[in-house]
Design a protein around this ligand. Structure first.
Ligand code: PCA
Length: 213
Protein backbone atom coordinates (compact mmCIF):
# COMPACT_ATOMS: atom_id res chain seq x y z
CA UNK A 1 0.00 0.00 0.00
CA UNK A 2 1.41 3.43 -0.88
CA UNK A 3 2.55 5.30 2.18
CA UNK A 4 4.06 8.71 2.76
CA UNK A 5 7.04 10.77 1.69
CA UNK A 6 8.50 12.94 4.41
CA UNK A 7 9.73 16.10 2.66
CA UNK A 8 11.65 18.64 4.70
CA UNK A 9 12.72 22.22 4.04
CA UNK A 10 14.76 24.56 6.21
CA UNK A 11 13.65 27.75 7.90
CA UNK A 12 15.30 30.95 6.60
CA UNK A 13 18.88 31.58 7.70
CA UNK A 14 21.71 34.04 7.19
CA UNK A 15 19.34 37.03 7.27
CA UNK A 16 17.21 35.95 4.28
CA UNK A 17 13.44 36.51 4.65
CA UNK A 18 12.55 33.12 3.15
CA UNK A 19 14.13 29.82 2.31
CA UNK A 20 13.13 28.34 -1.08
CA UNK A 21 13.57 24.83 0.31
CA UNK A 22 10.70 25.33 2.77
CA UNK A 23 8.56 27.20 0.23
CA UNK A 24 8.84 24.23 -2.17
CA UNK A 25 8.24 21.61 0.55
CA UNK A 26 5.22 23.58 1.79
CA UNK A 27 3.69 23.73 -1.69
CA UNK A 28 3.99 19.96 -2.04
CA UNK A 29 2.47 19.22 1.38
CA UNK A 30 -0.50 16.89 0.94
CA UNK A 31 0.24 16.24 -2.74
CA UNK A 32 -0.31 12.65 -3.93
CA UNK A 33 2.50 11.34 -6.13
CA UNK A 34 2.20 9.11 -9.22
CA UNK A 35 2.69 5.97 -7.11
CA UNK A 36 -0.04 7.02 -4.65
CA UNK A 37 2.29 8.19 -1.86
CA UNK A 38 1.22 11.31 0.03
CA UNK A 39 3.76 14.06 0.72
CA UNK A 40 4.08 15.27 4.28
CA UNK A 41 6.10 18.48 4.63
CA UNK A 42 8.11 19.38 7.70
CA UNK A 43 10.11 22.52 8.43
CA UNK A 44 13.49 22.02 10.09
CA UNK A 45 15.39 24.55 12.17
CA UNK A 46 18.65 25.77 10.64
CA UNK A 47 20.41 24.76 13.83
CA UNK A 48 23.20 22.19 14.07
CA UNK A 49 22.01 20.80 17.38
CA UNK A 50 18.32 20.34 16.61
CA UNK A 51 17.81 19.80 12.84
CA UNK A 52 18.49 16.05 12.90
CA UNK A 53 16.67 15.31 16.20
CA UNK A 54 13.55 17.02 14.79
CA UNK A 55 13.74 14.97 11.58
CA UNK A 56 14.47 11.75 13.42
CA UNK A 57 11.50 12.26 15.68
CA UNK A 58 9.25 12.76 12.64
CA UNK A 59 10.62 9.61 10.98
CA UNK A 60 9.91 7.58 14.10
CA UNK A 61 6.57 9.20 14.97
CA UNK A 62 4.36 6.99 12.80
CA UNK A 63 4.54 4.23 10.19
CA UNK A 64 7.93 4.38 8.40
CA UNK A 65 7.79 6.72 5.39
CA UNK A 66 8.49 5.23 1.94
CA UNK A 67 11.05 8.00 1.39
CA UNK A 68 12.64 10.79 3.41
CA UNK A 69 13.78 13.69 1.24
CA UNK A 70 15.41 16.74 2.73
CA UNK A 71 15.74 20.01 0.80
CA UNK A 72 18.02 22.97 1.43
CA UNK A 73 18.99 26.21 -0.27
CA UNK A 74 22.36 26.49 -2.01
CA UNK A 75 22.40 30.20 -2.86
CA UNK A 76 25.31 30.01 -5.30
CA UNK A 77 23.95 27.16 -7.42
CA UNK A 78 22.09 27.52 -10.68
CA UNK A 79 20.70 23.96 -10.87
CA UNK A 80 18.71 21.63 -8.65
CA UNK A 81 21.44 19.43 -7.19
CA UNK A 82 20.85 15.85 -6.10
CA UNK A 83 23.48 15.12 -3.47
CA UNK A 84 25.51 11.93 -3.83
CA UNK A 85 27.81 12.31 -0.83
CA UNK A 86 27.61 13.38 2.81
CA UNK A 87 30.89 14.29 4.48
CA UNK A 88 31.58 13.60 8.16
CA UNK A 89 32.88 17.12 8.65
CA UNK A 90 31.56 20.50 9.75
CA UNK A 91 33.13 23.89 9.12
CA UNK A 92 30.53 26.65 9.40
CA UNK A 93 31.16 29.87 7.44
CA UNK A 94 28.37 31.69 9.33
CA UNK A 95 26.63 31.02 12.65
CA UNK A 96 23.48 28.86 12.56
CA UNK A 97 20.15 30.24 13.79
CA UNK A 98 21.16 29.45 17.40
CA UNK A 99 24.41 31.40 17.05
CA UNK A 100 26.63 28.29 16.92
CA UNK A 101 29.51 28.23 14.44
CA UNK A 102 31.46 24.96 14.76
CA UNK A 103 34.78 24.94 12.91
CA UNK A 104 36.80 22.03 11.51
CA UNK A 105 35.46 19.02 13.35
CA UNK A 106 33.92 15.65 12.56
CA UNK A 107 30.15 15.38 12.90
CA UNK A 108 30.38 11.86 14.36
CA UNK A 109 33.89 11.08 15.60
CA UNK A 110 34.75 7.49 14.72
CA UNK A 111 32.21 7.25 11.88
CA UNK A 112 33.39 6.93 8.26
CA UNK A 113 34.60 10.13 6.58
CA UNK A 114 31.65 9.99 4.18
CA UNK A 115 28.43 8.20 3.37
CA UNK A 116 27.06 7.90 -0.14
CA UNK A 117 23.44 8.27 -1.12
CA UNK A 118 21.79 5.00 -2.12
CA UNK A 119 19.07 6.82 -4.04
CA UNK A 120 19.06 6.69 -7.87
CA UNK A 121 20.56 10.19 -8.09
CA UNK A 122 21.12 10.11 -11.84
CA UNK A 123 17.59 8.92 -12.51
CA UNK A 124 16.40 11.80 -10.32
CA UNK A 125 18.53 14.30 -12.28
CA UNK A 126 17.09 12.92 -15.52
CA UNK A 127 13.54 13.23 -14.20
CA UNK A 128 14.12 16.86 -13.21
CA UNK A 129 15.56 17.69 -16.63
CA UNK A 130 12.57 16.00 -18.26
CA UNK A 131 10.25 18.63 -16.74
CA UNK A 132 12.48 21.38 -18.14
CA UNK A 133 14.47 22.34 -15.05
CA UNK A 134 18.29 22.44 -14.78
CA UNK A 135 19.71 19.64 -12.63
CA UNK A 136 23.01 18.00 -11.74
CA UNK A 137 24.53 15.36 -9.50
CA UNK A 138 26.45 17.11 -6.71
CA UNK A 139 29.42 15.60 -4.89
CA UNK A 140 29.44 18.04 -1.99
CA UNK A 141 26.60 19.26 0.17
CA UNK A 142 28.91 21.86 1.74
CA UNK A 143 30.10 21.96 5.35
CA UNK A 144 27.12 23.65 7.04
CA UNK A 145 23.79 22.48 8.48
CA UNK A 146 22.57 20.75 5.28
CA UNK A 147 25.61 18.51 4.99
CA UNK A 148 25.38 17.66 8.69
CA UNK A 149 21.70 16.75 8.33
CA UNK A 150 22.46 14.56 5.31
CA UNK A 151 25.35 12.87 7.08
CA UNK A 152 23.30 12.07 10.19
CA UNK A 153 20.34 10.90 8.05
CA UNK A 154 22.68 8.74 5.95
CA UNK A 155 24.27 7.26 9.06
CA UNK A 156 20.77 6.42 10.36
CA UNK A 157 19.80 4.89 7.00
CA UNK A 158 22.86 2.62 7.14
CA UNK A 159 21.40 1.15 10.33
CA UNK A 160 17.79 1.07 9.01
CA UNK A 161 18.16 -0.66 5.63
CA UNK A 162 14.39 -0.71 4.97
CA UNK A 163 14.27 3.07 4.92
CA UNK A 164 15.30 5.27 1.95
CA UNK A 165 16.31 8.90 1.97
CA UNK A 166 18.49 11.64 0.61
CA UNK A 167 19.05 15.32 0.05
CA UNK A 168 18.62 17.92 -2.69
CA UNK A 169 20.00 21.45 -2.76
CA UNK A 170 17.81 24.02 -4.54
CA UNK A 171 18.97 27.20 -6.30
CA UNK A 172 17.38 30.55 -5.43
CA UNK A 173 14.03 31.46 -6.97
CA UNK A 174 14.11 33.66 -10.04
CA UNK A 175 11.23 36.05 -10.48
CA UNK A 176 11.69 37.16 -14.07
CA UNK A 177 13.31 35.83 -17.24
CA UNK A 178 17.08 36.33 -17.34
CA UNK A 179 17.45 36.52 -13.55
CA UNK A 180 19.72 33.78 -12.11
CA UNK A 181 17.85 30.96 -10.38
CA UNK A 182 14.80 28.86 -11.18
CA UNK A 183 11.14 29.98 -10.80
CA UNK A 184 9.26 28.55 -7.84
CA UNK A 185 6.64 26.78 -9.97
CA UNK A 186 9.29 24.93 -11.93
CA UNK A 187 11.17 23.96 -8.76
CA UNK A 188 7.98 22.50 -7.27
CA UNK A 189 7.40 20.46 -10.45
CA UNK A 190 11.04 19.37 -10.50
CA UNK A 191 11.11 18.20 -6.88
CA UNK A 192 7.87 16.26 -7.42
CA UNK A 193 9.42 14.56 -10.47
CA UNK A 194 12.57 13.73 -8.49
CA UNK A 195 10.52 12.18 -5.67
CA UNK A 196 8.59 10.06 -8.17
CA UNK A 197 11.82 8.88 -9.81
CA UNK A 198 13.36 8.01 -6.44
CA UNK A 199 10.26 6.00 -5.51
CA UNK A 200 9.96 4.26 -8.87
CA UNK A 201 13.60 3.20 -9.26
CA UNK A 202 15.61 1.11 -6.85
CA UNK A 203 18.68 0.96 -9.12
CA UNK A 204 20.35 4.04 -10.55
CA UNK A 205 20.80 4.62 -14.28
CA UNK A 206 24.30 4.25 -15.75
CA UNK A 207 24.46 7.81 -17.12
CA UNK A 208 27.38 10.21 -17.34
CA UNK A 209 27.06 12.72 -14.51
CA UNK A 210 30.42 13.24 -12.85
CA UNK A 211 32.64 16.30 -13.04
CA UNK A 212 36.27 16.89 -13.98
CA UNK A 213 36.89 19.77 -11.56
N1 PCA B 1 20.91 25.69 3.37
C1 PCA B 1 22.03 25.62 4.31
C2 PCA B 1 21.42 25.30 5.62
C3 PCA B 1 19.96 25.50 5.47
C4 PCA B 1 19.74 25.65 4.02
O1 PCA B 1 18.64 25.75 3.48
C5 PCA B 1 23.12 24.64 3.86
O2 PCA B 1 23.29 24.43 2.66
O3 PCA B 1 23.80 24.09 4.71
Amino acid sequence: MPGTVLLTGFEPFGGDPLNPSWEVARQLDGCVLAGGQRVQALQLPCVFRTAWPVLRQAIEAGPAPDLVMALGLAASRTELCVERVALNWVDARIPDNAGEQPLDQPILPGAPLAWRSRLPVKAMVQAIQAVGAPAAVSYTAGTFVCNQLLFLLSDYLERHPGLRGGFMHLPPFSHQAGEPGVPIGLQVKAVKAALEAALAQQQDLALVGGSLD
